[in-house]
Ligand binder design. Sequence first.
Ligand code: CP
Ligand code: NVA
Length: 302
Amino acid sequence: MSVKHFLDLDGIPAAELRDILTDSARMKADLKAGKGTEPRLAGKTLAMLFEKASTRTRVSFEVAMKQLGGMTVVLRQEEMQLKRGETMADTAKVLSRYVDAIMIRTGPAQKLADLAKFGSVPVINGLTDTGHPCQVMADILTFEEHRGPITGKSVAWIGDANNVCISWVHAAAKFGFELRIAAPGALAPKPDLLDWAKQHGATVRVTTEPRAAVAGVDLVTTDTWVSMGQEVANRNYLLAPYSVDQALMACAKPEAVFLHCLPAHRGEEVTEEVIDGPQSLVWDEAENRLHVQKGILAWCLA
Ligand code: CP
Ligand code: NVA
């Protein structure tokens, strides 16, 4: 059987993504019912390679692996021979001799691709500059727990059309919802991504007007104005009109929910009133990273 990598949502069949969410929800329900988690990954080890900071991804994967009966090894790039020039290809070959799967958080998607190409174990994308697929899977589970199937619903992404936004575009095609992106021209989605969406039957609309994007939607989401690795580029002046505040939320359906992958910057991409208000599901969303990591790990490894 071929190795099952969880690289980006565009490369995974929709039915398998749905199965991962169903399995994640089932494991969550079992845990909440006090039944614990079946040790489906007993004896397996996940290496987690971090080239960028993380709170949620690191802790949720580590706890997920342990609840499934497995083990983890946390690797920080600055403490590895990668730092001294060893290639990702050689690192992949070596790690594959020790562990059963590798999760990586990095910048260039090429590093993720190299790990998958040169290693022989499943590779999971824990965020690159062009995707955050585990996050958007958790976001969809969160929405569906509160508002039912996402298929046929509408989602507004406000602000920088970054890595998380790219995974939302992939998800729009895989799960069949409408995605409206409001971003300043310089930070809008790239034409090749929009071409991909079109070719895959996704409804993705792009505007520079936040209110037009949010009008009547079921879900409003946003992310930091400065993603990791972009700290030198001060883009706040471009993004100031894209702050999600109560007036913008009022343009969505009254029952619309607000999501944010976190970490959040109150007073920038979202106001305190919204992220700490009644429409916000951000803590459930953060919790669901754990449950969905379990579904992803089991899909790759069980
Ligand atoms: N949302 C998310 O991936 O958070 P961390 O950067 O803390 O992992
Ligand atoms: N877009 C953000 C997401 C962090 C979880 C970043 O890349 O820094």
